[in-house]
Structures are given as C-alpha cells and as structure tokens.
Design a protein around this ligand. Sequence first.
Ligand SMILES: [Zn+2]
Length: 298
Amino acid sequence: MSYISIILNLILGARTIKGAVTVSIIFFILFIIYTSLQAYTYRNTARHLEKIQQEKKELQAANKKLAGELKKIKQNMKKTSQQSPNKKVAYLTFDDGPSSNTSAILSILDHYKIKATFFVIGNQSERGKHMYKRIVAEGHAIGLHSYSHEYRTIYVSPTAFHQDFNQIRELVYQLTGQKPNIIRFPGGSNNHISRKYGGKNLMHTLIQQMTREGYRYFDWNVDSRDAERVTQSRDIIIQSVLQGSKNKQKTIILLHDSQVKTTTVEALPAIIEGLRKQGFSFDVLTDQSFTYHFAPSS
Ligand SMILES: [Zn+2]
C-alpha cells in the first residue's frame, strides 16, 4: 500500500468533514515541510559538490605547479652535480675508435654501469658502423676526432682540416642522427706535429674557428700512456691512470680504442675499480661539463 492510499484512507475515513479537512491540512503542511527539507538538502548538496569541484581544480593547479617546481629542482641538482667542485668525477675518453676492441670496451663499461666518451674517427667497415650506433645507443657520449687522423692531411691548412672534419661529422650524423659539439684535436690542442705541415699558427687558428662554430674541445689531464708504444704494458696503463688521478677532483683520462691497444681493454676493469676506490664517480663530457685545455705551445 502506497503512502498516497494511506493518506486517502485517513481523509476518507474521517468521521466529519471538519475532521477530513484537518487531516488534509496536516498532511499538506507535512508535505510542504517535507519538500522544503528536500529542496534544502539538494541545494546544500549542490553547493557542496560545487565546492568539491572547485577544490579539485585548485588541487590540480597546485599539483601542476609542484610538478613544474620538481622538474626545476631536478634540473638544478643535475647542474649542481655537474659543476660541484668538490665531487670527484672521472671522464674516461677513448680516442681513435671504433675498432675491433670497441665491443669489449662497451661490455666492460656496461658491466660497471658507467658511461664514457668516445672521440671517433672514420671507420666504414660494417662492424665499425655498428659500433658508432652502439656507442650512442648505450648512453655514451660521442665526440669528433677527425676522419683520417692523418696529421699530414688534416694539419696542412684550416681548409684541409675542415674538409676532413666534415667527413666524420657527416658519417656520425648519418649513422646515429647525432651532431656532436664536443671534439678532440688529433695529438691534442698544443701538438707540435701540425707546425711541420701547417705552420706555427695553425692550431691557434683551428681552435678559434672551431670554437666560433660552436664546438668545445677537450685535451686531457691524465695520460694512460697507452700510446707510448704499440702495445703498452697493462700495469703501466693502470698505474699511469691511478697515479695521475690522485689528488685531482676532475680527471679527463686519455685512452685509446684501436686494434693494437688490447692492453688498454685489459687494464680497464682495474682502472675503473681503482678510481672508484679513490672516490671517483664517472660521467660523460658535454658542452657544459668540466673541460681541460693545454696551455698553447709557444
Ligand atoms: Zn687520436
């Protein structure tokens, strides 16, 4: 039985008309009170809902703002860690690759979960082409060294240098899609060999031109001495790096990635472990990182 029929029964069941009217009025009043209460509750709920939605919007905006600030903090932390003068950072650099040793070097770096910098030259063998791609894919930095690495070709004149340099730049770009802006001059920025071919001022001119073109060049402050002879003793390489890095906060370590430098690969695990013991962490060179330049030779 519905409420309406109960009400009708009560009204019709009243013994007098006056009674029926009174019952009707009572129910009418009750009805009015009921609907008013309903309307009030509805209004309140709607207001409440509106408030919640407003708060939601405010929270979303605050969230967005916080995410933005978090991003900024992370960027700053990265910058600080890069520039922090107190943090010991070792930059392993491998010149003259890719070679038959690149794969082994990459595996060792992967084993220790560290990143290095490769200053590459031209190598169009299938394995070579694959290695440029692996260097980049595995998170290492790729820098340009020269295409031919032939002093008598590249150091004849600024034009000759640029012609050769454009070849390695193009090759790396075609294979990896990257346009590196970090370079290392073959022989270093103060090499004397270039004088024989291009004259006394050649290196000065090249440094100025390359810097103007947006390149940052890197010499080294630790020499592994793996280039002193065709195949250097593994122990000399390890000792040269570890001794040379002592008392330094930032070390740019010269190593070579070429077919005959097998002992460099053999020395690498001990170099990494020894540097870790000295408190070094490892990073890649970038246009923002620490750099080291030789004093111009006179
Ligand atoms: Zn070289």
